[in-house]
Design a protein around this ligand. Structure first.
Ligand SMILES: C[S@@+](CC[C@H](N)C(=O)[O-])C[C@H]1O[C@@H](n2cnc3c(N)ncnc32)[C@H](O)[C@@H]1O
Length: 251
C-alpha cells in the first residue's frame, strides 16, 4: 500500500472519513477574515482542495472558485461535487496562475504537505505571486512543539452495509523539519475486516518559524483555531489559523 492510498485508490472513502468536519463553519470563518482583511474581490483558489468541500461553500457565498490538488482522483470527486469549479492537477509548492486571486485558502493542515521547509517557502512564494493586491492567504497549521505523539482520534461510520473506522494521529520525533500524519481505515463487513494505513510525510515547524517565513511576503495575523468566533492566538495553543495579507513589495 502506498503512503498516499487515501487520496488515490481509497479516495472514495475520503468524505466518509471527514464526515465530522464542519466545512461550512471553516469556510464561513475564512470568508469573514477575507471580509475584514481582504480586498473585497471574489476570485478564490483552494490549495490541496481534495474533494472540494470548501469550494462548495465558497461558491454559495458568491465566490468564483478554483481548486488545485496533486491527486487526480480527489479532483474527479471535487468536480462531481462542484461542476462549476475549475480544478487543476498540480503541486502547491510550484504553481503559477494565469489570473491572480483575491483569496487563497489551504485547509485541514494541508500546507504541511509541502513536506520540507524549502518546499514550504516555495509554496508561500507561489501563493504571494498568485494573489492580487490586498489579497489574503488563509490556512491552518500545527506547531511541531505541541504535537503529542500519544494523541489520536478515531470515529466510525456505517456505510453501505459496512462499518468504517477512521483513525488519525500526528507523530513528531522531537527534532528536525519532518513530521508524519498517520491515517488508518478499518472496513468491517459482516465479520471480515480490511485494514489500510497511510503515513504522510509532512513539514514540521514552530509557529515562530512559520511567522518568520511568511513575514517578507505578508502581514501576518494569527488566530485561535476556532471557527465560530474570532480570537487572537493566545501564544500557547498548538493549532492556529493564519491570515496573511499580501505585501506589495516582498523583501
Ligand atoms: C487532508 S486532505 C485535505 C483536503 C481538503 N482541503 C479538505 O479540507 O478536506 C489533503 C489534500 O492535499 C493534497 N495534497 C497533498 N500534497 C499536495 C501538494 N504538494 N500539492 C497539492 N495538493 C496536495 C492531497 O491530494 C489531499 O487531497
Amino acid at each position: 500500500m502506498s503512503d498516499n492510498a487515501l487520496y488515490t485508490d481509497l479516495s472514495g472513502y475520503y468524505d466518509l472519513m471527514c464526515a465530522d468536519i464542519n466545512y461550512q463553519a471553516q469556510s464561513n470563518s475564512a470568508h469573514r477574515f477575507h471580509q475584514i482583511f481582504g480586498n473585497g474581490g471574489k476570485r478564490h483558489l483552494d490549495l490541496a482542495c481534495g474533494t472540494g468541500p470548501h469550494i462548495q461553500h465558497f461558491q454559495y457565498e458568491g465566490y468564483e472558485c478554483s481548486g488545485l490538488d496533486i491527486n487526480q482522483p480527489m479532483l474527479d470527486l471535487a468536480l462531481q461535487r462542484c461542476p462549476d469549479g475549475l480544478f487543476t492537477l498540480g503541486n502547491m509548492c510550484d504553481y503559477t496562475t494565469a489570473e491572480p486571486y483575491d483569496l487563497i485558502t489551504c485547509f485541514l493542515y494541508s500546507i504541511h504537505y509541502s513536506g520540507d521547509l524549502k518546499s514550504l517557502k516555495n509554496c508561500i512564494e507561489s501563493t504571494h505571486k498568485a494573489l492580487k493586491t490586498g489579497g489574503v492567504f488563509c490556512f491552518n497549521s500545527v506547531d511541531k512543539n505541541h504535537i503529542d505523539n500519544n494523541l489520536s482520534t478515531k470515529h466510525s461510520v456505517d456505510y453501505e452495509n459496512s462499518v468504517f473506522s477512521f483513525g488519525s494521529s500526528w507523530f513528531y520525533r522531537g527534532e528536525g523539519e519532518k513530521q508524519t500524519l498517520k491515517l488508518s481505515i478499518d472496513k468491517t463487513t459482516l465479520d471480515q475486516t480490511q485494514q489500510w494505513t497511510d503515513e504522510h510525510p509532512m513539514v514540521a515547524l514552530s509557529f515562530t518559524e512559520l511567522q518568520n517565513i511568511l513575514a517578507p511576503y505578508f502581514d501576518v495575523h494569527v488566530f485561535e483555531h476556532e471557527h465560530d468566533k474570532i480570537a487572537a492566538w493566545d501564544q500557547l495553543s498548538g493549532n492556529a489559523i493564519f491570515v496573511c495579507i499580501k505585501k506589495e513589495n516582498a523583501n
